[in-house]
Design a protein around this ligand. Structure first.
Ligand code: MLT
Length: 264
């Protein structure tokens, strides 16, 4: 079912599928909630899958200036609007993982467990800050195709089906330029989540695409090593987007984790 959910100064599009303990899925930059549809297909008989488009992405409204904290606060408003009061499993990919770390820091009571997929904990290094601001400027001048061009190379494992690559190129190119620019600048200004890792005490699954060129496996293993008691899942033949590149393997790893959780 599709929802339009009012949030502070905007409106988010959110797809919800299935029934059972809720899982909030947070997509990456500059993608949209459809990233999780193949996962929801495989989980929906036992879980309520909540898949918002972040502000400025997909079918959500655009706000020109965003922060990671504001994306996180939007998601709390989504949970409130859907009357989800009990703690939820939060699964975030890349920028979605950065937002999940922020949810942990500032909205801990809303979280039951965490899934961190191909995401960074470190703040943006200076050269990255400059690159992201340059991309934001370029996209505002020339449109989101420029971001799609920049991302499409490293996004997928080399063997991915060309149709999948094409579909995500088109989706990134369709993201509103102001939404892409706002997200690029929010990522550039993101907080250092490394000190957060040692504080995470909820059940956590760390997932790495074996051939991810954006957040390499070693980086994800490091994050796993710093979150006490976390589980680690390596998804073979996947790049930065395991949920669409290897939907069966990804869903299987996530389901195994979900089954391991104590009852809500
Ligand atoms: C993402 O998927 O969110 C991006 O790859 C984040 C990034 O550009 O580092």
């Amino acid at each position: 079912m599709d929802h339009r959910i009012p949030v502070d100064g905007g409106e988010l599009h959110c797809t919800v599928r299935g029934d059972g303990p809720p899982v909030l899925f947070i997509h990456g930059f500059p993608l949209d909630g459809t990233l999780w549809h193949p996962t929801a297909e495989r989980l929906a008989d036992a879980h309520r899958c909540i898949m918002p488009d972040l502000r400025g992405h997909g079918r959500s409204s655009v706000t020109e200036s965003m922060t990671i904290a504001r994306y996180a606060d939007d998601l709390v408003q989504v949970l409130d609007a859907l009357a989800v009061r009990a703690p939820v499993v939060v699964v975030g990919l890349s920028m979605g993982g950065v937002i999940a770390f922020d949810l942990f820091r500032r909205h801990r009571p809303r979280l039951r467990a965490l899934g961190i997929v191909d995401a960074r904990a470190n703040p943006e290094p200076p050269e990255g800050v400059a690159r992201r601001h340059a991309l934001a400027d370029l996209v505002l001048r020339e449109g989101s195709r420029a971001a799609a061009e920049a991302m499409i190379g490293p996004l997928f494992a080399p063997g991915v089906a060309p149709e999948l690559r094409r579909a995500w190129y088109d989706r990134m190119a369709a993201t509103p330029p102001a939404g892409v620019a706002a997200a690029a600048r929010a990522l550039a200004a993101r907080e250092d989540s490394r000190p957060t890792l040692a504080r995470i005490e909820c059940p956590t699954l760390v997932v790495a695409g074996e051939q991810d060129a954006i957040t390499p496996v070693d980086l994800m293993r490091e994050i796993h090593g710093q979150i006490r008691g976390s589980r680690f899942a390596l998804i073979p033949a996947a790049g930065h987007l395991p949920p669409v590149e290897q939907p069966d393997r990804f869903a299987e790893a996530l389901l195994e984790f979900l089954r391991s959780l104590p009852d809500p």
